[in-house]
Design a binder for this molecule. Structure first.
Ligand SMILES: *Cc1c(COP(=O)(O)O)cnc(C)c1O
Length: 385
């Protein structure tokens, strides 16, 4: 445990629970990402849905990355944060008309289209504006990401993308439309992928597809491999900046880009995951017959990943050096699923101690809700405290 990373005296003056972002770590992460991406001339569109806090977005935009959006609200958030429209791509299985129109009005770089039905709507909305929408087809490559079922997206049974067997038909329809321009193929097979062989399988599938389309004289400007690179939730200090080097080297080794073809990525979690922590206060220590509970003022309304995916967030009692004891660490929400950790060792807990849940920068604050009429958590930044 390295308690030194948190300004505890300053935390003591703030209302808990709140998110704390280490902006130095975020910048370090962005620097490594840039270095690895530039080695191969790849492009990265940050997946806004991982964390859309305006200050986080502003820093990522300032570093020159694009944005990957999955809703009109995210397109607007990206524009507000300073991402240029030409750096915005827009995915999602259910784009509403107003969301498509927003993208068209701003001339975003690309719509990542997930069905023939959606393609037809984009074509007609673009026609009404006398525009041509640039589109990539999101292909469901039927590659198993070997991750949690709720964050697997690239299998035939998932709702995402166009099934391989239907791709040719969708392309035939596309080439008959006058207000969409085919620019690329898009893939995103899932999230928190620790087994890099899933990405290798994706590369192989993409190469096969390229060969097939090439045989039909179809040109592909770009290949977009989505996101999904995992972070180490169990050892947040061991690898604060994820292994971008190995990840991009793998794509470099296995993808066979055509002359002038661009390769895009949409990493989210791995960019922002480790820079954020949820800070909460111990309200009570309750002794049960078989357990002792540390009851916090944070619950799944602040960080839902443990309740939703059974996810692990490493808890640290950042205000105690006393010997370890075993607790169930729980929130105040009136649901049995409001448990952060079961039978976990932390330094002995007393009322008013501060507990930090590490690796909470991705899919944390952005998923907060107001269930039980609770307030949304605030956020604080290392460079502003
Ligand atoms: C969620 C998502 C991403 C980002 O995934 P991470 O696992 O956070 O890297 C990228 N692309 C699309 C289309 C997504 O839906």
């Amino acid at each position: 445990m390295i308690k030194g990373i948190f300004p505890i005296e300053k935390f003591r003056r703030l209302q808990t629970p709140f998110y704390y972002y280490d902006m130095v770590l975020l910048q370090d992460t962005l620097n490594v990402l840039k270095t690895e991406i530039n080695k191969y001339g790849y492009q990265q569109h940050y997946a806004i849905k991982a964390n859309a806090n305006p200050k986080i977005l502003a820093l990522i935009a300032k570093n020159g990355f694009g944005a990957d959006c999955v809703s009109g609200g995210e397109v607007q958030a990206a524009l507000n944060a300073g991402f240029p429209a030409y750096g915005i791509v827009f995915a999602g299985v259910g784009k509403a008309d107003w969301e498509i129109n927003l993208g068209l009005d701003h001339d975003i770089a690309c719509f990542n289209v997930e069905s023939l039905a959606e393609l037809e709507v984009i074509n007609s909305l673009a026609e009404a504006k006398n525009k041509t929408a640039t589109v990539a087809l999101r292909v469901n490559p039927n590659v198993d990401a070997h991750t949690h079922a709720k964050i697997t997206t690239g299998l035939q049974e998932n709702k995402f993308g166009i099934n391989l067997s239907l791709l040719n038909g969708v392309l035939d329809a596309l080439f008959k439309m006058n207000h969409v321009r085919f620019a690329g193929l898009h893939f995103h097979i899932g999230s928190q992928i620790t087994d890099l062989s899933a990405f290798r399988n994706l590369c192989i599938r993409a190469n096969e597809l390229q060969d097939e389309l090439e045989a039909r004289d179809i040109e592909i400007d770009h290949l977009n491999f989505g996101g999904g690179l995992a972070i180490d939730y169990f050892h947040p200090n061991r690898l604060p900046v994820p292994e971008f080097k190995d990840y991009f080297a793998l794509f470099h080794k296995f993808v066979k880009p055509r002359e002038g073809q661009q390769i895009h990525f949409e990493l989210g979690r791995s960019v922002v995951g480790q820079c954020g922590s949820l800070i909460s206060k111990v309200l009570y220590v309750k002794k049960g017959e078989t357990k002792q509970f540390a009851i916090l003022d944070a619950g799944f309304t602040d960080l839902i990943r443990p309740a939703m995916y059974g996810a692990y967030h490493h808890p640290e009692n950042i205000t105690s050096d006393e010997p370890y004891e075993i607790y169930d660490i729980v929130g105040p929400i009136c649901e049995s699923s409001d448990v952060f950790n079961k039978d976990i060792e932390v330094n002995k807990v007393r009322r008013n101690d501060l507990i930090a849940f590490r690796s909470a920068g991705a899919y944390g604050e952005i998923m907060a809700s107001q269930y039980n009429c609770r307030a949304l958590p605030k956020s604080y930044f290392s460079n502003e405290l």
